[in-house]
Design a protein around this ligand. Structure first.
Ligand code: AMP
Length: 414
């Protein structure tokens, strides 16, 4: 599926192309046609799924197609209410990026800063306003913002809003909206309170649910290597030699295992460090800092140690050991790439991890692509999964005979 198949107009297609978006994410594929028809929408989806573009594109398209040529002050016609300043800024930036060639103007208001600059922008006239609830109400009370001309309203991260105590603010905002409008309501979870709030806002909405596990898995390029336990380190070095990865996060099940991987990588001249519970806080922070700055290319972590680390934009995630809990796999691979398809995750699977693999594949709703050709194939395991491999005479033998088993000694300095 491409964006043009969703009947998106050229000025927006052009902007999406400039953003490097080639295909819509699942939520975009589902939500855009519904919203272009003018229907209300109840979306159960999280940030990270491509949700912003799913509502921003149809809003921009609607406003562009219904724009009025006469000069005069622009009125706010689309309102997006979101809980945090960071989200508000991000959403406004997305509108600016996707709407770059439409001539439509968007702006953002949020609390915690002086209102002067925000008011100045509003006075110049905007078509789309992104706002956090408190500042929006404040500016409405001052008569600076009017919602009388809103055609489309979006309530984003509704569950998050309620958790932050915005329920009364939201109700007041909703009460100020014109009754004839298109309404969109997004929430990552749907507890009863959210369902009843959604009923107050939406007419007869279409509903879509995006399984976050599936969404993550869909956007990350994943592959699987059947390999015996003893050959995992050599396979890792082989793959690092082959690819030109900037930053690699390797997950190991045990602390001892992660130290061992680091030792082997260092021997192969890869700058690697481990973070796990046995390391002091300062050693962990140092390792993390080195990794973020790029002096360490490979960080080896256990799941618990990795939980608190804030690193995005990884080139590669390696599941050196498969996790015993399927959701952990999704959290791990979700660290590479965003909604774009640029993330890469490689998993090693030894004989006794087959059950974990089954559960992971069930959760993500897909089979991970098996790489049948590599120098360390676990013949027994791979044969059951990939019967179509090439005839034996064309295949490389495992380990020593190819010479690749020594890769770690030949590794280049990174
Ligand atoms: P969101 O869930 O809206 O916060 O989007 C998460 C990230 O995905 C943002 O960085 C977007 O720029 C990016 N993104 C959204 N849609 C697409 C797409 N169709 N292709 C590639 N990246 C996308």
């Amino acid at each position: 599926m491409t964006f043009s198949q969703l009947e998106i107009i050229d000025p927006i297609l052009k902007a999406l192309d400039e953003q490097g978006y080639t295909n819509p994410t699942p939520i975009q594929e589902q939500a855009i046609p519904i919203l272009l028809k003018g229907r209300d929408l109840l979306g159960c989806a999280q940030t990270g799924t491509g949700k912003t573009a799913a509502f921003a594109i149809p809003i921009l398209q609607h406003l562009f197609l219904n724009r009025q040529s006469k000069k005069g002050n622009r009125k706010i016609k689309a309102l997006i209410v979101t809980p945090t300043r960071e989200l508000a800024i991000q959403i406004n930036n997305s509108f600016k990026a996707y709407g770059k060639h439409t001539g439509l103007r968007s702006s953002v208001v949020f609390g915690g800063v002086k209102q002067h600059q925000q008011v100045n922008e509003l006075r110049q006239g905007v078509d789309i306003l992104v706002a956090t609830p408190g500042r929006l109400l404040d500016l409405m009370q001052q008569g600076i913002i009017s919602l009388a001309n809103i055609q489309i309203s979006v309530l984003d991260e509704a569950d998050h809003m309620l958790d932050m105590g915005f329920v009364h603010d939201i109700k007041r905002i909703i009460a100020a909206l014109p009754s004839r409008r298109q309404s969109l309501f997004f929430s990552a979870t749907m507890p009863n309170e959210i369902v009843s709030l959604s009923r107050k806002i939406l007419g007869n909405p279409e509903k879509i649910t995006i399984n976050p596990e599936k969404a993550t898995a869909d956007r990350v390029e994943q592959s699987l290597y059947y390999v015996i336990k003893k050959a995992k380190a050599r396979l890792l070095i082989h793959l690092l030699n082959k690819g030109n990865y900037e930053s690699v996060l390797v997950f190991s099940r045990t602390k001892y295992g992660s130290d061992k991987i680091v030792k082997i990588l260092n021997k192969a001249d890869y700058k690697a460090e481990a973070i796990h519970g046995n390391k002091s806080q300062s050693a962990r922070q140092r390792a993390l800092k080195n990794f973020k700055e790029g002096t360490t290319k490979v960080l080896v972590a256990t799941d618990i140690a990795a939980r608190g680390i804030d690193i995005s934009e990884l080139s590669l995630v390696v599941n050196y050991d498969l996790p015993s809990v399927a959701e952990t796999y999704v959290h791990r691979i979700g660290r590479t790439g965003r909604a774009s398809a640029s993330g890469i995750a490689i998993s090693f699977c030894q004989a006794d991890e087959r059950q974990y693999l089954k559960e992971i594949q069930k959760l993500i709703g897909q089979k991970i692509k098996v790489i049948a050709e590599h120098p360390f194939v676990d013949e027994k395991e791979e044969a059951t999964e990939a019967p179509s491999r090439p005839p034996r005479q064309n295949r490389k033998r495992t380990t020593k005979k190819t010479g690749s088993g020594n890769n770690y000694r030949q590794g280049r300095k990174r």
